[in-house]
Design a protein around this ligand. Structure first.
Ligand SMILES: CC(C)(COP(=O)(O)OP(=O)(O)OC[C@H]1O[C@@H](n2cnc3c(N)ncnc32)[C@H](O)[C@@H]1OP(=O)(O)O)[C@@H](O)C(=O)NCCC(=O)NCCS
Length: 306
């Protein structure tokens, strides 16, 4: 296996902020209900998936001092492409001015972890550098009259440029269970529909079990994890997973209060934010874990190196 160095990263959030008070003025809900049941205080809304993605990737490329020919493959995770053809990665490639291969992946909200494992595989196969980008505009497929999902949705993107180096993908676990395929759906051209309570139940179980498998494969315990970065869908899901896995909330990255659920971008946004704040240091074990429609799930333990 090649090593895994985080050469550079950046995030992009649209400027428009929508508060709980603004949603409560339009929907049969309240500021207090939204915060107590989800942990969300506000979300960023607007832009396009390709626009947010290109902004995040261009910033990451600049931060890493990288030029157009320095990225061999762009792996773009999105569940909300602006258009069906061409793939969003092609638009982003053109907008950022890259010369390498470009592909979209969709594993719903687990996409960042799926993409990370794929990126590590591409590096092991000899790619010099892989850009992992997760970009989402959930607002575009949200029914703004449906209070159960409208309070959750947010838009955003996060980009990481990965290369061989001192860090490592220590262990990982990816999975899917198609028996949950009807719990969270969006037909072509339609709006998202969700059985929130059942998604909640399955999400806690699937994420906690995946984390347990990854830690067991790594031969590590929860106490070794320096930073836990879970998918930010509902703070109560995060708390339940943390409790089941034995990882304290003090070592868990939280951005959901400011961003809402940005689908597959959420782990990247939380990780980039933590890295920017210096919360994670070289040599730390960082555990990423997500779940999403499908249901899909994934977790990855990385040895952080910049
Ligand atoms: C959607 C979700 C926030 C609802 O919260 P909850 O506490 O589980 O609420 P329930 O679904 O049990 O519903 C409880 C009541 O709250 C109501 N409710 C739902 N949304 C509401 C809102 N925004 N404001 C006020 N009441 C609301 C329901 O209608 C229900 O009312 P009822 O008892 O009269 O039928 C929660 O189920 C959830 O987060 N699910 C997982 C979502 C997720 O992770 N999705 C993304 C996957 S990547």
């Amino acid at each position: 296996m090649a090593g895994l160095r985080m050469r550079a990263w950046a995030l992009s959030l649209p400027p428009q902020v929508v508060t709980n008070a603004e949603l409560a003025a339009r929907l049969d809900t309240s500021e207090q209900w939204i915060f107590e049941r989800t942990g969300i205080r506000q979300r960023h809304i607007g832009g396009t998936t390709r626009g947010l993605g290109a902004e995040a990737l261009a910033k990451a490329m600049a931060a890493g001092g990288l030029g157009p020919d320095d990225v061999d493959v762009l792996v773009l995770s999105t569940t909300t492409p602006d258009r069906q053809i061409p793939q969003t990665a092609i638009d982003v490639q053109r907008m950022v001015g890259l010369s390498g291969a470009a592909v979209d992946i969709n594993a719903a909200c687990s996409g960042f972890v799926y993409g990370l494992v794929m990126a590590a595989g591409l590096l092991a196969l000899g790619s010099r550098r892989v850009a992992l980008l997760a970009a989402e505009t959930l607002s575009a497929i949200t029914d703004w009259e449906d209070r159960s999902f409208a309070v959750l949705a947010g838009d955003g993107a996060a980009a990481f440029v990965l290369e061989d180096g001192p860090g490592e993908l220590v262990a990982w676990d990816l999975g899917a269970d198609g028996s949950g395929s009807e719990l969270l759906t969006c037909e072509r051209g339609g709006l998202l529909r969700m059985d929130g309570a059942e998604v909640f139940r399955r999400a806690v179980r699937a994420t906690a079990d995946s984390v347990a498998r990854t830690l067991a494969r790594a031969g590590e315990s929860a106490s070794a994890v320096g930073l836990f970065v879970p998918h930010q869908a509902n703070q109560r899901i995060i708390e339940a997973v943390a409790a089941r896995t034995g990882i304290p909330m003090e070592r868990t990255a939280l951005v959901i209060d400011r961003t809402g659920n940005t689908s597959s971008a959420s782990i990247g946004v939380a990780l980039a934010g933590a890295a920017d704040c210096g919360v994670v240091e070289d040599g730390d074990l960082v555990l990423l874990a997500g779940f999403g429609a499908g249901m899909t799930w994934g977790s990855a333990l990385i040895r952080w190196a910049t």
